[in-house]
Design a protein around this ligand. Structure first.
Ligand SMILES: Cc1ncc(C[n+]2csc(CCOP(=O)(O)OP(=O)(O)O)c2C)c(N)n1
Ligand SMILES: [Mg+2]
Length: 275
């Protein structure tokens, strides 16, 4: 019922490679979707779903579990690979992404997919929902924690900053946000589209515990989640430095790979890089 006990980071690195292969095969078959921001979040999602989150695929509505919200909903492929890894549905189902009648829609749907607690895709909303769940847990006296993955471009959305104030005001130390700092959004570098300035200083001044971490280093990501768990009286945010398109040479740091999919030839090259 709880999270895996013994962190085995070598095994986890293999799981990450497999997740990347799955993401690319899913997107190739679907013919539409978002590789860049899925690949940048693989380590974050792998650590979260195999080492940190208290969830139970056999009791998906277990009330005192932890909760996860994919605020950057376009990264659904990485979410689905993490859910499959944790046993919410068979890995074989991943390849049905975006097909008619599939439980795996292009953006997460709480109506369709086991383990998805919030439909998302319209950016900016996840932290507000996480705050609500975290407040309920406080009122009910449960240990539930609410995790939310936010894109760095998504931080252009004003609602997130309202929610950032709310989480600090209510001292929601059971909220843990992760910002996937891959430095790119849909149409260019985040800081050229609209600069985020000093994000650590911003979150600190909003009353958060702010942890900067290499978002591809499994040990460090795990330690960052643990330190967030041990921080009392304020919400935590992990500012995770990542590479958009991580793991595929021709996709890395290329904004053009935000929302297009690899053809068969490109897929073959990518899969060879991820053996
Ligand atoms: C409210 C809203 N506005 C615009 C979009 C279109 N959109 C989809 S992804 C994206 C860029 C997001 O950038 P970022 O958060 O950095 O995502 P990542 O780099 O992790 O893929 C935009 C503008 C949207 N989904 N929702
Ligand atoms: Mg980004």
């Amino acid at each position: 019922m709880g999270h895996y006990t013994e962190p085995d980071f070598n095994k986890l690195a293999e799981i990450c490679k497999k997740m990347r292969r799955q993401i690319l095969m899913m997107l190739n078959q679907a013919g539409s979707g978002h590789p860049g921001g899925s690949l940048s979040a693989v380590e974050i999602m792998a650590v979260l779903y195999t080492k940190i989150m208290r969830v139970d695929p056999d009791h998906i509505n277990w009330k005192e579990r932890d909760y996860f919200f994919l605020s950057k909903g376009h990264a659904a492929p990485v979410f689905y690979t993490a859910l499959a890894e944790r046993g919410f549905f068979p890995e074989e189902e991943l390849i049905t992404l975006r097909k008619l009648g599939s439980r795996l829609q292009g953006h997460p749907s709480s109506q369709c997919t086991p383990g998805v607690d919030m439909s998302s895709g319209a950016l900016g909303q996840g932290l507000s929902v996480a705050n609500g769940v975290a407040l309920v847990a406080k009122l009910d006296g449960t240990d539930s924690r609410a995790y939310v993955l936010i894109g760095d471009g998504e931080l252009h959305e004003g609602q997130l900053w309202e929610a950032a104030m709310t989480a600090a005001h209510y001292k929601l130390d059971n909220v843990c946000a992760i910002v996937d700092m891959n430095r790119l959004c849909l149409d260019g570098p985040v800081d050229e589209v609209k600069s985020l300035g000093n994000l650590k200083a911003k979150f600190d001044s909003f009353g958060w515990n702010t942890v900067e971490v290499d978002g591809h280093n499994l040990e460090k990501v795990y330690a960052a989640f643990k330190s967030a768990m041990n921080t009392k009286g304020k919400p935590s945010v992990l500012l995770a430095s990542t590479i958009k398109g991580k793991g595929v040479s021709y996709m890395e740091n290329q904004v053009g790979w935000h929302g297009i999919t690899p053809n068969n030839e490109q897929l073959e090259i990518a899969l060879k890089e991820l053996i």
